[in-house]
Every structure is written in structure tokens, then in C-alpha cells.
Design a protein around this ligand. Structure first.
Ligand code: FUC
Length: 829
């Protein structure tokens, strides 16, 4: 025990708040509650029991919001994770409840009894209808064009699990829950705290009862791939615990015991036979341990540690065999979990924690943010802070916490070696959930990765890269069938089994999204542009970008007058089928610019580059409409009262870079009109997006307003973003947006404090990244830049802008450049 304290102390002591006491985790960056939660003690498996979706929990439609009857689970969960395993800590006194997941546990795919063919052959051969649709557009017959598009650009695969047996698209599903009964009642309990320490990626529950101080701690290690839970107290012999497991109810399995302290649950999902294994191992100091009926019982121990690991038989496959139902099967979870568990057991809790801390802190500590450090308020539980903030009380600590929570969540839900973060990161608690807890390709998965590179977490993007690679081969079929093009694309939603076809929708109001592929591929260029990793670009990245650019060029209709337009297209989830929506053109602009740059960097494809340049030059231009707004469609039909959550037509402003107050001031003005029309409200992620867009317009105060609205109206007590329901994208959009307020580098130069709000008078940030592989630290006083340093990691030339001052200089790899404003000029010191 002593050893652990010293380890914890060393770890925490190294943090900037040097006064952090080893056990007072609320002193650092932490989210915490001071009362036990009001949660159900046990899971409600509503995902498989539509009859439990009652009253206000009733989903409006299964494809829309399957509201969670276990509603407080959303606002009171404290999430931990390592990108593969995710868990939520609930922390009640009588019985700990832990929801538990592994990222690849998915229903659906080619291995259901429907067979591989029924899974893959869902693209409709529709390319031959394109001429007729375009002809209809030429003749001004909008109705016919829309009718033909609706008829032909669908698929037959339902999006709701209750509409098909077995369900082919599938959904992310939970691995179950753990309970630890403690034999303690909450009566006469005091000093309760349930904490998530972002500094250590450690959850802690503390309380006093009958003069005994109890403490539980929980973490999930990435290097060891294991969850560790420790129950202890300041008196010996106080641990009397019963540990049990409630498996995913739509699977079949059996529990075996492993000595007196191990449990192994071996199961398969009923829908697609996906195998999974959950392994549990307990150790104690003092007392006794026994093991029967699938439960572990601890008696009179001083301390108990539970180690848990899990895996599925899912194998990522970039080259799936469309005939083989088991093309995504290829891991033996009994073996992998055995190895991880043996290793974890041999390490023990203290060493595991040290290894976990070192791994995590190496990522998390790269960025430090301070906002008005002199004005930060005292130690308050997070929900109380949020309550005060909603009433208009400033809370700069809360803002910092929210910022860093986004980074924490990305580290916890997206590490190399597994799939990317899904709609709920890695933390969904049920059999099925909102939008199948899937990979939603028309803003949501992209938003998840906006903060990755700018906040110095490049490696967290790699799961997204792998995911994109899974889409290429199936996406070639989709691109061919619907558009007769080269390259690949994806559609509205994806799973872990390479699903790229559209889903079935009666009116096609939401499912037509062929720009999913190119939009995803822009992230590949982003990753390169931040890291300048040429090897990556050459070996992995370029083909993904090039084939997307090929898809985009072939997708366009070359009108008789020589203009290229996206016919047919829609503005995602918003409105009429059109002969060329602004969003689609903006994505195409972006991917073509990326492809042109990438081909130049590698010195390849000069002929094709010319073609891309030609298409760019003749692409239907941005248009300004009658209200001065940037038009969303080819016709001026925008409604200034329309507050729709999607703001896709501003794609060029953010995340793209073809609209900017510096290079295209008139268009930026028109983009501003759109944001004014859309308003400052909407769902969580939408506020997150608008925050980024206002930051790109360099209006710090308005961006800050959106950030405030996101915190006030789109954030739950545990700081999870809510749509509603809980959706993690808004957390990531929020963190990205704050970074955009402080630093931008998307226009080919680094801009310092481009959208600093008046409210953030003094502050500093260090370790954020700019394109060109630069790392930037800055501090400001009274709203003015005080000092900045640029660390050049690739030796690229550097241009920095602050206000209207600009400075260009050459850099050497590994050197740090100090900048300051002197005599009204920006200089290198
Ligand atoms: C997009 C949004 C919805 C929701 C869903 C998961 O389709 O339009 O609001 O966030 O994704």
C-alpha cells in the first residue's frame, strides 16, 4: 500500500498543480459528484425490450432517438477507457455498478444467417439513371429528378433492429455489467465523493462509514489492456464483497471458474455468432476469496483487486472476401484475454497503475490550458459548477475542464489497434441504442476527430485511418453501382464490417450521402498536414486521397456549359434533391485541393493533377443569395427563419478552408449571415460545429457565446455532450472549437489568438499544434499576446500572423522560436 501511495504521489506531484495531495483527486482536473447517484441498481436491457420504451422514453422512431429509460446513466456515468475496453463507474454504496464494453462487439455483418451475399449485394445498380435525372434537371423538371433519385438511390437494408431478423446492418452492443455488492448501507455515510481524475485517468469513490474511510479506484490500461479495480479502507478486514457479472442479454454463453479467484465468460452474440470472452481475476490482501455460481466472494479482506479484460473474435479486414461470411472473424479471444490476464496478474495493481499512468500522461500532459487563472473559483462538484454557469456565473475552471475532458475522452476511446470512437465513444450501456451507436458519416465521426491533431493527439487519429481503409474495397462497389465512378465512397452510416451502401429510407430525407467517402478522406490529408509524415502519405494516405478525388471528379456532372455540378445531391438531412448543393461542392473542392497537394508532395500523378485542377476551375461557384446569405442549394430558396441543426453549406469555412475572412471576405460575410439565421441554439454537436465556424469567422465573442450555450444547454452533469441523447461528438467539437479560438493554421499560416473573447482576459496554452508540424505555446495578458513560442518539428518554413502583423521565417527541425510583439511588429526574439 505504501508503495502505491508513493507512486501516486510521484505521479500527481509532477503535475502543474504541485500542491495536489495524493488522495485528494478533486484538486487537479477532475469531474466529481458529492452525492451517490440516483441510478437503477441494475441494467434495464431496453435495447432488446421495446416494451420497456414507455412514456417519455418511447423513441420517436427507432432510427431517431431510442431514449434511454436508464436516463440518469447518461448524466451520472464516469467513463474510463483505453480505446478497446470502456467502462462507466456508478459508485453507489451498497453495490457498485459498472457498465462494460469492448469496441468491436457488434451485431450484423456478413456472418448472420442471411449470409454474406445478402449482406454485400445491397447496392442498387442505379448509375444508368443518372443521365435521365440530369436531363430532367436540364429541363427544369425538378420533380422528376427528385422522384428518380428517391426511387433509385436507396437500398433495402433497414436501419432499425426491430425491422429485420437477423439484423444485417447491426449495431454496437454492450458487453454487460458488473456489480460489486459491499454489504454496506448508505445510512450514516459521510464524505461521499465520486471522482474522475483527468490527470491520472483514474476514477475514485471515497466515503466514510462507521468511522472507516473506504476508497475504490478504477482505471483501464492501454499497454496492458486490462481494467483494474481496487477496494480498500483505512482499517483492516473491512472488505466483504460479492462480485457478479450480467452478460449482454442477446448472446448465449457460459461462465467457468478459474481456481478460487477467476471467472471466464465465453459467449457468442445470437445475431451473428460473434464470439467474445470476458475474463475476471480477483486478489486480496488478508481475508478469504471464494468462487461459485459465477460470483466471486471476498470475506474480511484488507483490500481486494479485480482485474478484468475482454476481447471478441473480430478481425479488422481491409480486403474482405465478399463470399466468406467469416471474413471479419480471426481472433481467438480466449487466447488474447488469457495472455493479457496472465501479464496483468504478474504485474499487480501498483505496477499496472504506474504503467497506465506513464502511458496516459505522456499524451494528456502535452497540452495545458489556463483561462484567467486568478479568477478561478473554489472546489465545487461539477454539477454544481454547471448549475451556477447556467445561471450566468463565469467559471473558467469549468471551461478548462471541459476542454481537457474532450482530450481525455479521445484518449480513452480512440487508441491505435482498434476501431474509432463511435457515437457514444465506447460507453453505450445497452443492447442497441440511438442510431445504432454507429459510425455516422455525415458529421458525427468526423467531428470526433477534429480535436485530435490540433490538441497534440495525432496517434488517436490512427483508428479513424484504419476504419477508412475498411471502407475502400466495399466502397468501390457502392461507387460503381450508384454512380459508375472510379474510386470509393461510403454512405450515411457505417459499421465495423465495411458497410458502405445507403440505408433504406422511404423519403430519402437523410440517407443520401455520397460525400461521406471524400469527407472522411480529407482527414487523411489533415493527419499528414499536421504530422508531415511522408512515409505515411506515401504508403497509406495517398491512395485513399487519390481514389476519393477520382470518385469526386467522376461523380460530378459536366453540364453543356462546361460547369461541373453535383447532380443529384442533397444538403445532408436538410431538404430538396438539387442539381448541386453547396455542401457537396465544398467537400469536392477540399478533397481535390488535398489530392493536388498530396500529389505534389510525393511528386506523382502530374497528369491527373491537371485534371483535378481543371475540375476545380470549373466547379459551380459559391453563390450569395437574396438575404446576403451563402446559398445552401443551387436555387435561392433559403429561409432566414430556418434553424436546422446542420450547417453543411459552411463546410468551406469549417472544417474546410475555402472560405475565410482573410482570403474571401465577401463569402465570409455571407457565411456569417447563415450563422445568424441559424441561431445560437440547436443540438449539442450542432452548437459545437457553430462554435468552430464562429471561431473561423474570427469573432471570439460570438464563438464564446456558442461555447457557453454548448455548456449550458448541451452538456450533462458528467460533462458528456447531449443531443439529446448522449452523443460524444459535441464534446470533441467543443474541444476543437476552443482550440480554433486560440490558434488556427488551416490557411497556410499560423494565426495566434484569432478569436480570443473578451472574457478570457489573461491566459496561456501550451503544446497545441499547427499544420506544418509545429507546436505552439502562448500566453496573453489583457487580451493581448504576451509571448509565443513555435517549436518546429519538421523544419518547415513558418508564417505567423497576429492581428494584422505577419512574420515569415525559415526554421530548423527541433528548434524553438520565441516570438513577441515589439514596436508594433511581430519579431523572433
Ligand atoms: C446526424 C444528425 C442527427 C444525429 C445523428 C446521429 O444524422 O443529424 O442529429 O446526431 O447524426
Amino acid at each position: 500500500m505504501k508503495k502505491l501511495y508513493s507512486l501516486l504521489f510521484t505521479a500527481l506531484f509532477a503535475l502543474p498543480a504541485a500542491h495536489v495531495h495524493a488522495t485528494d483527486y478533486t484538486q487537479g482536473l477532475s469531474i466529481w459528484f458529492d452525492t451517490p447517484n440516483t441510478l437503477q441498481g441494475r441494467a434495464i436491457w431496453y435495447g432488446s425490450r421495446p416494451d420497456l420504451w414507455k412514456g417519455e422514453n418511447k423513441p420517436e422512431s427507432a432510427g431517431d432517438t431510442a431514449r434511454n429509460p436508464d436516463a440518469n446513466w447518461e448524466s451520472q456515468s464516469l467513463p474510463i477507457g483505453n480505446g478497446s475496453i470502456g467502462a462507466n463507474i456508478m459508485g453507489s454504496i451498497e453495490a457498485e455498478r459498472i457498465t462494460f464494453n469492448e469496441k468491436t462487439l457488434w451485431r450484423g455483418g456478413p456472418n448472420t444467417s442471411k449470409g454474406a451475399e445478402a449482406y454485400w449485394n445491397v447496392n442498387k445498380q442505379s448509375a444508368h439513371v443518372l443521365d435521365e435525372i440530369r436531363q430532367a434537371f436540364s429541363e427544369g423538371d425538378q420533380k422528376k429528378a427528385a422522384m428518380l433519385t428517391r426511387k433509385n438511390f436507396n437500398s433495402e437494408v433497414p436501419y432499425e433492429s426491430n425491422r429485420e431478423k437477423p439484423f444485417r446492418f447491426g449495431n454496437f452492443t454492450t458487453m454487460g455489467e458488473f456489480y460489486v455488492e459491499t454489504g454496506l448501507s448508505a445510512v450514516n455515510m459521510s464524505g461521499y465523493k465520486r471522482i474522475l481524475s483527468l490527470d491520472s485517468a483514474l476514477a475514485v469513490v471515497q466515503f466514510k462509514k462507521d468511522d472507516v474511510a473506504y476508497e475504490r479506484s478504477y482505471f483501464i490500461s492501454y499497454p496492458a489492456n486490462v481494467m483494474a479495480i481496487r477496494f480498500k479502507a483505512d482499517r483492516p478486514g473491512k472488505q466483504n464483497l460479492t462480485f457478479s457479472y450480467a452478460p449482454n442479454p442477446v448472446s448465449t454463453g457460459s461462465m467457468t471458474t478459474d481456481g478460487s479467484n477467476g471467472l471466464t465468460y465465453t459467449a457468442h452474440l445470437d445475431n451473428n455468432g460473434m464470439q467474445y470472452v470476458v475474463r475476471i481475476y480477483a486478489t486480496t490482501k488478508g481475508g478469504t476469496l471464494s468462487n461459485a455460481d459465477g460470483k466471486i466472494t471476498v470475506k474480511d479482506a484488507d483490500e481486494a483487486v479485480f482485474l478484468i479484460t475482454a476481447d471478441t473474435d473480430y478481425k479488422i479486414n481491409f480486403d474482405p472476401d465478399f463470399k466468406d461470411p467469416k471474413t471479419y472473424v480471426g481472433v481467438n479471444p480466449a487466447e488474447t484475454t488469457r495472455q493479457w490476464m496472465d501479464n496483468a496478474v504478474s504485474m499487480g495493481y501498483d505496477v499496472l497503475f504506474k504503467q497506465h499512468y506513464d502511458d496516459y500522461a505522456a499524451l494528456f500532459n502535452r497540452v495545458k490550458l489556463q483561462l484567467n487563472p486568478d479568477q478561478q473559483s473554489t472546489n465545487l462538484p461539477t454539477a454544481k459548477r454547471l448549475q451556477n454557469y447556467r445561471k450566468g456565473q463565469p467559471d473558467f475552471y469549468l471551461e478548462e475542464l471541459y476542454y481537457q475532458f474532450g482530450r481525455y475522452l479521445l484518449i480513452a476511446s480512440s487508441r491505435p489497434g482498434n476501431m474509432p470512437a463511435n457515437l457514444q465513444g465506447i460507453w453505450h450501456n445497452n443492447v442497441d441504442g440511438p442510431w445504432r451507436v454507429d459510425y455516422h458519416n455525415n458529421i458525427n465521426i468526423q467531428m470526433n476527430y477534429w480535436p485530435a491533431c490540433p490538441t497534440n493527439l495525432n496517434e488517436c487519429t490512427l483508428p479513424l485511418v484504419d476504419f477508412i481503409r475498411t471502407l475502400v474495397k466495399p466502397g468501390q462497389k457502392t461507387a460503381q453501382a450508384y454512380f459508375g465512378t472510379r474510386g470509393w465512397t461510403a454512405s450515411i452510416s457505417a459499421n465495423i464490417f465495411g458497410f458502405t451502401a445507403p440505408l433504406e429510407s422511404e423519403d430519402m430525407s437523410w440517407n443520401f450521402n455520397p460525400m461521406a467517402g471524400p469527407w472522411l478522406a480529407t482527414h487523411i490529408w489533415e493527419y499528414y498536414d499536421y504530422t508531415r509524415d511522408k512515409k505515411f502519405l506515401k504508403e497509406t494516405g495517398y491512395d485513399l486521397i487519390k481514389s476519393s478525388a477520382q470518385f469526386a471528379t467522376d461523380f460530378l456532372w459536366r453540364k453543356p456549359d462546361g460547369t461541373y455540378t453535383a447532380a443529384p445531391s442533397t444538403s445532408p438531412e436538410h431538404g430538396p434533391i438539387d442539381e448541386g448543393t453547396t455542401f457537396v461542392h465544398a467537400v469536392i473542392r477540399e478533397i481535390l485541393l488535398d489530392a493536388i497537394e498530396a500529389s505534389k508532395v510525393l511528386g506523382v500523378d502530374s497528369k491527373e493533377r491537371k485534371q483535378w485542377q481543371e475540375v476545380l476551375a470549373h466547379l459551380a461557384p459559391y453563390k450569395i443569395g437574396r438575404y446576403g446569405q451563402l446559398m445552401e442549394w443551387s436555387k435561392d430558396i433559403d429561409d432566414p427563419k430556418d434553424e436546422h441543426r446542420h450547417v453543411n453549406h459552411l463546410f468551406g469555412l469549417h472544417p474546410g478552408h475555402t472560405l475565410s475572412p482573410i482570403t474571401t471576405p465577401d463569402l465570409a460575410k455571407a457565411a456569417r449571415v447563415v450563422l445568424e439565421h441559424r441561431g445560437d441554439g440547436a443540438t449539442g454537436w450542432s452548437m459545437g460545429w457553430k462554435l468552430n465556424q464562429w471561431a473561423r469567422l474570427q469573432d471570439g465573442n460570438h464563438a464564446y457565446k456558442l461555447f457557453g450555450n454548448l455548456l449550458k444547454n448541451g452538456t450533462l452533469d458528467n460533462l458528456w455532450d447531449t443531443h439529446p441523447p448522449f452523443q460524444i461528438d459535441g464534446n470533441f467539437g467543443g474541444t476543437a472549437g476552443i482550440t480554433e479560438m486560440l490558434l488556427q493554421s488551416h490557411m497556410g499560416f499560423i494565426q495566434l489568438l484569432p478569436a480570443l473573447p473578451d472574457a478570457w482576459k489573461d491566459g496561456s496554452i501550451s503544446g497545441i499544434c499547427a499544420k506544418g508540424n509545429f507546436e505552439v505555446d502562448m500566453s496573453w495578458k489583457n487580451g493581448q499576446l504576451a509571448e509565443a513560442t513555435v517549436f518546429s518539428k519538421a523544419g518547415e518554413p513558418c508564417t505567423v500572423r497576429y492581428g494584422d502583423k505577419t512574420l515569415s521565417f525559415k526554421t530548423s527541425k527541433g528548434k524553438v522560436y520565441k516570438l513577441a510583439v515589439e514596436a508594433d511588429r511581430l519579431i523572433v526574439k
